[in-house]
Write a protein that binds this ligand. Structure first.
Ligand SMILES: *Cc1c(COP(=O)(O)O)cnc(C)c1O
Length: 483
């Protein structure tokens, strides 16, 4: 079946017909004058196009199917008269996707450090390198010294364990939700999970934590109220039927005013495990985010198990961390469901490299000096202004996003451009996603690594050229405030 490289543009309209020289007769039939038939004969055949050196090299990189689809699309455009037959090869080249993955790299200028729609944490250079190295056969489950099978991902797990010495054992699953799923399945199937009404949260995109928990067969025992829950509320309902007490970090909203909640330390004497879902994956307290929970503090307070995501503030690949009491973590890792939730070798490699490597892009963005951000914005704005663009450097406020540090704003700096730039930048050859604020398109630099400044400036220059041709569309930081 013929695959369309760009299907939306394959639609034929009267205007296309007019361009191709075809006309609709009064009886409704579309006819092609004789010169159009001549044009069709000049369209190069597929096999000749695939031998074109410019396209042939791409076959090795992207695969023959992808290149053929682009070639067929270009031939079709020539048949319709949209392009001349001589331009079929270069049109096919232009239609080819830039990557084999189908994913387009973008510059995150939204000012949301962990933007869920943009894949949350960007990997460090070290972690990217580790993914490359692990892509071929590796010793992920083999001890090379003895030649016998070894624990999967043992080096990544050892590194994680070292970083959280208070955890008796650690395990890694596919994501934060999977970590909770495993805990609920193993510790609370046919039992109750005691949880505060103020912590029954929706993470984002309709994902509600209570739904996930009850899907395992566990029953929820809600205690307290939306704004106030005390240790006595938990104590009143825990007993032999309790699987565990669950504390969930309300990671994307804040309840303020007349509020109260029970800390982990207050819940450890109830005779049941205390599971704490910290969400963001901070392993230790972070000075810039004093309110954000971290694994070490929760374990020190007596948590039996801490669950977290790997691709939020930890700054690593998507995965779910399980950190806690030795026997408990071992029981989770041995459960049959653990096999269904296990992570790929690429994830294990990226996680280990994230934990041992230099500060992650997320950590750097979090601690970036606002004065340095402003200086970068000034520099880019001056350079673009010299080219005659309507651009200025402005101060603004960035957020952590992606399920971390709700309500925290980070002073930042941005390039302010006319609103139509938003769509032009997003749809350009090097997509940049900014945000709209007060009728301007802001490109916030806090989540943009400094080495991308030149590419960002170039994308703006290209967007200026393309701007008139692109329909205006709004870009909203859809991942803001939720994970
Ligand atoms: C993000 C988050 C989750 C879900 O984690 P994923 O890695 O997205 O599956 C669960 N709980 C909390 C508190 C979170 O912030």
């Amino acid at each position: 079946m013929e695959q369309r490289a760009v299907s939306a543009e394959g639609r034929r309209t009267e205007a296309d017909r007019a361009r191709s020289g075809r006309v609709r007769r009064p009886d409704g039939a579309v006819v092609r004058p004789p010169d159009a038939i001549d044009v069709r004969r000049r369209i190069p055949p597929t096999d000749r196009l695939l031998r074109d050196p410019r396209l042939a090299v791409v076959v090795d990189r992207l695969g023959a199917g992808v290149v053929k689809a682009a070639v067929h699309e270009a031939q079709e455009r020539a048949r319709e008269g949209g392009i001349s037959p001589e331009r079929v090869a270069e049109t096919a080249l232009a239609l080819l996707p830039g990557t084999a993955s189908g994913l387009r790299p973008v510059i995150n200028a939204t000012g949301v450090l962990l933007h869920t729609n943009l894949g949350r944490a960007p990997l460090s250079v070290t972690a990217r390198q580790a993914v490359q190295e692990a892509a071929g056969p590796t010793d992920v489950e083999l001890d090379l010294a003895t030649g016998v099978r070894a624990r999967r991902g043992r080096s990544a797990l050892a590194v994680l364990r070292e970083r959280v010495p208070r955890a008796g054992a650690v395990h890694v699953v596919n994501n934060g939700a999977a970590a909770l799923l495993l805990a609920a399945t193993v510790l609370a199937a046919d039992k109750e999970i005691v949880v505060s009404r103020g912590e029954l949260v929706e993470i984002g995109d309709g994902f509600r934590l209570p739904d996930l928990l009850v899907s395992t067969g566990a029953r929820l025992r809600e205690v307290g109220t939306t704004n106030r829950t005390t240790a006595a509320d938990y104590a009143a309902v825990t007993g032999p039927g309790t699987g565990f007490v669950l504390k969930v970090h309300p990671s994307n909203f804040r309840v303020t005013g007349f509020t109260r909640s029970a800390g982990t330390a207050e819940l450890t004497g109830l005779g049941v495990p205390v599971v704490v879902d910290i969400g963001s994956g901070l392993l230790a307290p972070h000075p810039a985010l004093p309110e954000e929970p971290d694994a070490d503090t929760e374990l020190r307070a007596g948590a039996s198990l801490v669950t977290a995501s790997g691709d939020k503030l930890l700054g690593g690949p998507q995965c779910g961390l399980l950190l806690g009491a030795r026997d408990l973590v071992r029981a989770l890792a041995r459960h049959p469901l653990a096999r269904a939730l296990r992570v790929d070798k690429l994830t294990l490699a990226a996680l280990a490299a994230t934990l041992t490597g230099p500060p992650t892009p997320t950590a750097l963005a979090l601690t970036a000096d606002p004065a340095v951000l402003r200086a970068r914005a000034d520099r880019i704005a001056t350079s673009l202004g010299a080219d005659g663009l309507d651009v200025r450097a402005v101060e603004c406020a960035a957020t952590v996003g992606g399920g971390g540090a709700p309500g925290v704003t980070l002073p930042s700096a941005a390039l302010s451009l006319p609103e139509p730039y938003a769509a032009a930048l997003r749809t350009g050859p090097l997509p940049v996603v900014g945000r709209l604020e007060s009728g301007r398109c802001l490109l916030d630099l806090r989540a943009v690594p400094e080495q991308d400044d030149e590419r960002l400036a170039e994308a703006v220059r290209l967007a200026r050229t393309a701007r008139e041709a692109v329909p205006v569309g709004a870009v909203r930081p859809a991942g803001e405030g939720r994970a």
